[in-house]
Write a protein of this length. Structure first.
Lengths: 115, 113
């Protein structure tokens, strides 16, 4: 079945450490997104990419970095510069074709905590 | 700056009741509005998408309406069931060029048997 796979499901970060969250999709979608969700909050956009080798900052990009070397993969690195990384991270994708009719598809998320 | 608000933050109803969830947005210049469901510790599942030119969309027991001029959308759930218990989020998309969504905080629904 087509879908979005996020790994790991749970991740722990030590002080000063960079960690990378994986997001892979087999939906042949052009656009991919990373969101952060804090308890009792909606989702906030971190980064998004509409095409391979190109990506744009969202509303809360500081302390994060991404790459888009392959269409199906959009990993997110939480750097040591992100002082409050504890949150639930969600990856999403959608097709650029018939854009207006396509909802975003989401993975099952990665929960990141500080040790 | 577009802001999306959902009221109430939490709702508890007995099984079988019809209910309405509310979503409001500050800028009426939206491209579409989407309703999602989120189960605890899970990702989001798309429920309904309403284009800016549409007034409502229906899927099974769910009906979503959109009033752009007043900046409001409602999600109507008929004959609620315990399996409907989840957090419901609305999100607006501002333009046709990107898929960027602005989310509300969500309404957590509990349907009691």
């Amino acid at each position: 079945d087509g879908g979005i796979t996020q790994s790991p499901k749970y991740l722990f970060r030590k002080e000063g450490q960079n960690v990378t969250l994986s997001c892979e999709q087999n939906l042949n979608h052009d656009a991919m997104y990373w969101y952060r969700q804090d308890p009792g909050q909606g989702l906030r956009l971190i980064y998004y990419s509409q095409i391979v080798n190109d990506f744009q900052k969202g509303d809360i990009a500081e302390g994060y970095s991404v790459s888009r070397e392959k269409k199906e993969s959009f990993p997110l690195t939480v750097t040591s510069a992100q002082k409050n990384p504890t949150a639930f991270y969600l990856c999403a994708s959608n097709s650029l074709a018939h854009f207006s009719n396509q909802p975003q598809h989401f993975g099952d998320g990665t929960r990141l905590s500080i040790l | 700056k577009q802001e999306v608000t959902q009221i109430p933050a939490a709702l508890s109803v007995p099984e079988g009741e019809n209910l309405v969830l509310n979503c409001s947005f500050t800028d009426s210049a939206i491209y579409n509005l989407q309703w999602f469901r989120q189960d605890p510790g899970k990702g989001l599942t798309s429920l309904l998408l309403i284009q800016s030119s549409q007034r409502e969309q229906t899927s099974g027991r769910l009906n979503a309406s959109l009033d752009k001029s007043s900046g409001r959308s409602t999600l109507y759930i008929a004959a609620s069931q315990p399996g409907d218990s989840a957090t419901y989020l609305c999100a607006v998309r501002l333009d046709s060029n990107t898929g960027k969504l602005i989310f509300g905080q969500g309404t957590t629904l509990q349907v009691k048997p």
